[in-house]
Design a protein around this ligand. Structure first.
Ligand SMILES: NC(=O)CC[C@H](N)C(=O)O
Length: 304
C-alpha cells in the first residue's frame, strides 16, 4: 500500500470512529468550529503530496506557530537563546504557571506558553517590525504570500487571555521579559492566530524534514544542525504533558495546537498534518493523535 491508500483507509476508519473531547472554547471564536472537520495532508521531500477530507480548509494553527517562532529566534540569536529558557519536557499543561516559580522565571521549553512568550520577547527585541517580519518569514518558507493572521481570533483570545497575561507578568517579575508585557502579549496572540490548511502546514514544515529545502527567496531556512535541534525539542516537548505518549504512540517529532491541528515530521521523508478540532484533556487533537498513531504503524515509518 502507498501513502495515498493508507491515508484514505485510515481517514475512513477515524471518521467513522468516536469523536471524543472538547473544543478549545476558552477562546470564544474557536467554539464556533464544526467538530466534524477532519483533514489530512502529507508532503514528502521527493515532492509528492496527497490530502483528503477537509485538508484544504484553513484553521487556526495556534501553538503550532511556536515551532516557527522558535526557528526564527534560534536563527537570529543562536545558542544564547537557551540562557532565557530551557529544553526540558515540562510534564505540565501548556498554560501552567506552577513550575515557573520553582524555576525562577525560566520556562522549561519554548512550546509551553511561558516559553513561547519569552521567544516572542526575544523576537520583539530583535525585529524592527515583529508582526510583519515574522509573517514574511513564514510566507517565505511556505512560498505562499496568502498566509495571514486572523484579527478575529486575535481579538477573541485577547478578550479572555487572563492566563497568558498572568504568565507574561509573572515572567517579567523575574526579569525574563524585557519588553512591555502588552506588546509581548499582543505579538503572541497575533502569531497564534495564523491560519493554514493541512496542505499548507505539511508544506511549510518540510523545512524541518528536507535537507535541501529552500525558501521562496532561494535561501536555506535552517542549517542541518539547527533543524535537528528544533526536531529534538518537538519530540520531547511538542505535546506538553502528553509528549511521552505521542513519542510512544506515533514515534515522530510533532507539534499540536488548540485549534485541533497536529504536524508530525519524519526527517528525510515527509511532513504530515492532521486537523480535527476536538481536543483530549491534555489539549491535543483526539482524532489527530489517533490518525497519526495508525499512520506510522501502518506505514512502519517512525524515527525509531
Ligand atoms: N496549546 C495551544 O495551542 C495554546 C495557544 C493559545 N493561543 C493559548 O495561549 O492558550
Amino acid at each position: 500500500m502507498n501513502y495515498k491508500e493508507i491515508i484514505e483507509d485510515i481517514h475512513k476508519t477515524v471518521k467513522s470512529g468516536e469523536n471524543d473531547g472538547a473544543l478549545a472554547s476558552y477562546i470564544p471564536e474557536l467554539a464556533n468550529v464544526d467538530v466534524n472537520k477532519l483533514g489530512i495532508h502529507i508532503s514528502t521531500v521527493e515532492g509528492f503530496g496527497f490530502g483528503t477530507g477537509d485538508h484544504l480548509e484553513k484553521f487556526s494553527i495556534q501553538s503550532i506557530v511556536k515551532v516557527l517562532s522558535l526557528s526564527l529566534a534560534f536563527k537570529i540569536v543562536g545558542e544564547d537563546i537557551w540562557k532565557r529558557l530551557d529544553v526540558e519536557p515540562s510534564g505540565t499543561a501548556f498554560n501552567s504557571l506552577s513550575q515557573l516559580e520553582l524555576d525562577n522565571g525560566i520556562p522549561r521549553n519554548p512550546f509551553v506558553n511561558a516559553g513561547a512568550l519569552v521567544i516572542c520577547d526575544i523576537l520583539i527585541s530583535n525585529l524592527s517590525n515583529p508582526k510583519e517580519e515574522f509573517l514574511r518569514f513564514c510566507q517565505n518558507i511556505a512560498n505562499n504570500q496568502e498566509l495571514k493572521y486572523s484579527d478575529k481570533i486575535t481579538t477573541s483570545e485577547k478578550s479572555v487571555g487572563y492566563r497568558n497575561i498572568a504568565l507574561c507578568n509573572f515572567i517579567k517579575s523575574y526579569g525574563n521579559i524585557l519588553n512591555d508585557t502588552d506588546i509581548v502579549l499582543d505579538f503572541y496572540f497575533t502569531i497564534c492566530s495564523l491560519e493554514m490548511s493541512c496542505q499548507e502546514l505539511s508544506r511549510i514544515f518540510l523545512f524541518l524534514a528536507d535537507n535541501n529545502f529552500k525558501g521562496a527567496d532561494g535561501s536555506q531556512i535552517l542549517t542541518l544542525s539547527e533543524a535537528k535541534r528544533i526536531n529534538a525539542v518537538m519530540l520531547t516537548c511538542g505535546f506538553y504533558d502528553e509528549s511521552g505518549e505521542f513519542a510512544y504512540r506515533v514515534g515522530l517529532p510533532g507539534k499540536s495546537g488548540v485549534g485541533g491541528g497536529i504536524i508530525a515530521i519524519h526527517p528525510g521523508k515527509y511532513c504530515i498534518a492532521v486537523w480535527s478540532p476536538r481536543l483530549n484533556y491534555k489539549g491535543n487533537s483526539y482524532r489527530g493523535m489517533k490518525f497519526l498513531e495508525k499512520f506510522t504503524t501502518k506505514t512502519e515509518s517512525s524515527i525509531f
